[in-house]
Design a protein around this ligand. Structure first.
Ligand code: GLU
Length: 295
């Protein structure tokens, strides 16, 4: 059965950029007669804002975006992530790394899409036992091809573009990539609909799925809403929180952003009527690929 999900990090309330991802994944799930799950990605305690998870759930409700089943909190899932780490260790592909950011900057000879590329130092010279360490994944030969429903064929040589990436952090928590892959499979997610800022993360997630013997969902990445300074609208650049009272107007704006041509006057309807109007009219092929600046 089609199973979609929305997986916010509770670092603050939802803003217009997060509404686009929530609405598109909800509509895609509902248009397929599928389930839509909510997973709160609270892996990293310093990034979580007290009360934000609750606020996010109230915002989703106010926008008519109802979810199925219990909300899953990643902070309850550590054991499952540890088991996955063990599998990767047994495959001989996970290795401890005690390099700091400064070490990596000093060792790197190339820049990748997320900064200096780790040259695999600790893979070749294991750190002394007992030193605090992260765990990295050997990415040599990891070339991934996949078809995104909107952006088409994407190919990435992970070793070349990013190098061996962290799967378990020095703070003793699973990395975002490992946790997402384990949870998407455990929750039976068949379709991931999310912002294009994660397009470059998808090959790493597919690589992990393959190593762990997990199915690969279909992917649909969405154009980004940009702040006037050209950055992705985010909590960091102070995108305003979605107000519960303006849900109808924001939903209509989000539908227009997604190329779904809301009919005139739709913003006068109640939020649940707006999202119900949009289900039978959902046309993912009408979503523009260009990012758009929000004033
Ligand atoms: N938690 C991630 C975020 O808030 C999204 C994860 C995902 O959709 O895979 O950016």
């Amino acid at each position: 059965m089609y199973t979609g999900r929305f997986a916010p990090t509770p670092s603050g309330p939802l803003h217009f950029g997060s509404l686009i991802a929530a609405l598109a994944s909800w509509l895609d799930a509902r248009a397929h007669g599928g389930r839509w799950l909510v997973r709160i990605e609270d892996l990293d305690p310093p990034r979580c804002m007290p009360g934000a998870a609750d606020t996010i759930l109230r915002q989703l409700e106010a926008h008519g975006l109802t979810w199925d089943g219990e909300v899953v909190f990643q902070c309850t899932r550590t054991e499952a992530y540890r088991e996955a780490l063990e599998v990767l260790r047994r495959l001989g592909l996970a290795y401890p790394c005690s390099c700091s950011r400064t070490d990596i900057r000093a060792q790197a000879t190339r820049m990748g899409c997320e900064g200096p590329i780790y040259p695999g130092t600790c893979r070749m010279h294991p750190p002394l036992a007992g030193r605090p360490h992260a765990v990295r994944l050997d990415t040599r030969g990891a070339v991934i091809d996949f078809t995104d429903r909107l952006f088409g064929t994407i190919q990435q040589d992970i070793g070349n573009a990013l190098g061996d990436f962290v799967i378990w952090r020095v703070e003793d928590i699973a990395s975002y990539h490992l946790a997402v892959v384990v949870d998407d499979a455990w929750q039976g997610v068949t379709d991931v609909v999310r912002g294009a800022d994660l397009l470059e993360s998808t090959p790493r997630q597919i690589w992990l799925q393959r190593l762990l013997g997990l199915p690969t969902p279909r992917y649909l990445h969405l154009p980004l809403a940009l702040a006037p300074n050209g950055q992705k609208l985010s909590k960091q650049n102070l995108a305003p929180a979605l107000a519960l009272e303006t849900a109808a107007a924001q939903l209509t704006r989000a539908l227009a952003f997604l190329g779904q041509a809301p009919e005139p006057g739709l913003a006068e309807a109640r939020p649940e009527e707006i999202v119900a109007w949009a289900i039978p009219r959902w046309r993912p092929e009408a979503i523009p690929t260009a990012h758009q600046t929000i004033s």
